[in-house]
Design a binder for this molecule. Structure first.
Ligand code: FAD
Ligand code: PHB
Length: 396
């Protein structure tokens, strides 16, 4: 039986937990991160790819920008594709110079782990049977199994950064949380392919057979997604079928062709919108996917997790530094404004771009009208662009 003491006990080594630990370290506040998976697993897990301007700025300001700026792909626009034609949205021109950077989530995670390891940060991978205790007292603690031993982490605050399927949110007593939720009648099949991207920017394609997304990770690797039924079995999708469907949904009338190559990874992800309010109870605070989920069409999930942590690290710095409780008490309320904006944007992009099974022809005409409007009207595409690159952070 081993007991450790720290200021902040962090559950989960995803982008939220790791960045929180890093920002607290920069502010001189100790933390211990407990993660159920191995380091290799979290460093290889393929997920998000789009970093908002504010995310890039925050990572850069906190000393994590070197590889991101060397290897990340800075994009100034995206394309909406429908009716066999592409329509570019010039995000930078529409937002006074803001842009996104395409850089895999697992690369952000690798950079964060490297920074924590270099600073001798306490990161414990491979923990099991984790539970949080006494969260409504002034001395909460986390208990888990690590290296065949019982480990207890005593702390002032517990940060639940353990994703949607974690245990922290469920530790809040019944009746406290209000949950707002929507599930969608489709999923995304995603592949990573060793194929040279033949288009410089991301393509969001609306097609009668379903949505498709063209993205990339590097000058050699393409990342592609297809809308599929929600309960789809990946074994129904041999590589040939995936490429045929991608060609059908993505290729244009003017002869643009998809470059194909060996599929390195494939998987299916369900689509959900979810918010739990408030994001805190007693000495437990939730951040990132532990508190909210968006469908990936707006590329907002990881960016929101990082935005939460920015607010939380600042509030905790005040809490431990000058004993000020007000920012911590307002944490949930502060974050929820940005979260609901991203929830709306992600729902809107999802609704505009996917085929809803059973929808009538009226619904399809409304989607086409919306798409036409977005690409023709400066007001409409400015709204898309400013949400996509990420609205500026509120003070501080
Ligand atoms: P997570 O990354 O889920 O991290 C939580 C961690 O907690 C995990 O490592 C988990 O193993 C650990 N954990 C869970 N339970 C326990 C436990 N009991 N004990 C200890 N540890 C535990 N977002 C974007 O911003 N842009 C995009 O382009 C984008 N595209 C996406 C595409 C796909 C296909 C998917 C699936 C997601 C996408 N997202 C995107 C969303 C993004 O990946 C998530 O929002 C992001 O991972 C949230 O980070 P997090 O740290 O909150 O949670
Ligand atoms: C990705 O590159 O994985 C990606 C890009 C944009 C999205 C979702 C995922 O909206």
């Amino acid at each position: 039986m081993k007991t450790m003491k720290t200021k902040v006990g962090i559950v989960g080594a995803g982008p939220a937990g790791l960045l929180l630990s890093h920002l607290l370290h920069l502010a001189g506040i100790s933390s211990i991160v407990l993660e159920s998976r191995s380091r290799a697993y979290v460093e290889q897990r393929v997920r998000a790819g789009v970093l908002e301007q504010g995310t890039v700025d925050l990572l850069t300001q906190s000393g994590l920008g070197d590889r991101l700026h060397r290897e990340g792909l800075r994009h100034h626009g995206i394309e909406l594709r429908f009716g066999g034609q592409g329509h570019r949205i010039d995000m930078t021109a529409l937002t006074g110079g803001r842009a996104i950077v395409v850089y895999g989530q697992q690369e952000v995670v690798k950079d964060l782990i490297a920074a924590r390891v270099a600073a001798d940060g306490a990161l414990h991978f491979g923990v099991s049977d984790l539970a949080v205790h006494d969260i409504d007292s002034s001395s909460p603690f986390i208990r888990c199994q690590h290296d065949g031993d019982d480990l207890t982490v005593r702390c002032d605050i517990i940060a639940g950064c353990d994703g949607f399927h974690g245990v922290c949110r469920d530790a809040i007593p019944p009746g406290i949380l209000k949950v707002f939720e929507r599930t969608y009648p489709f999923a995304w099949l995603g592949i990573l392919a060793k194929a040279r991207p033949t288009h410089e920017e991301l393509i969001y394609a609306y097609h009668e057979r379903g949505f498709a997304l063209y993205s990339m990770r590097s000058p050699e690797i393409t990342r592609l997604y297809l809308q599929v039924p929600p309960d789809e079995d990946i074994s129904n999708w041999p590589d040939d079928r995936i490429w045929t469907e991608l060609r059908t949904r993505l290729e244009t009338d003017d002869g643009w062709k998809l470059e194909e190559g060996p599929v390195l990874e494939k998987g299916i992800t369900g689509m959900r919108s979810f918010v739990a309010e408030p994001m805190q109870f007693g000495r437990l605070v939730l951040a990132g996917d532990a508190a909210h989920i968006v469908p990936p069409t707006g590329a907002k999930g990881m960016n929101l997790a990082i935005a939460d942590v920015r607010v939380l690290a600042h509030a905790l710095t005040r809490y431990f530094g000058d004993g000020r409780n007000d920012l911590l008490a307002a944490y949930s309320q502060t974050c929820l404004k940005r979260i609901w904006r991203a929830e709306h944007f992600s729902w809107w992009m999802t609704s505009m771009l996917h085929i809803f099974p059973g929808d009538d022809t009226f619904g399809g005409r409304l989607q086409r009208s919306q798409l036409d409007y977005v690409v023709r009207s400066t007001a409409a595409c400015t709204s898309l662009a400013e949400n996509y690159v990420g609205l500026p952070f509120a003070d501080p």
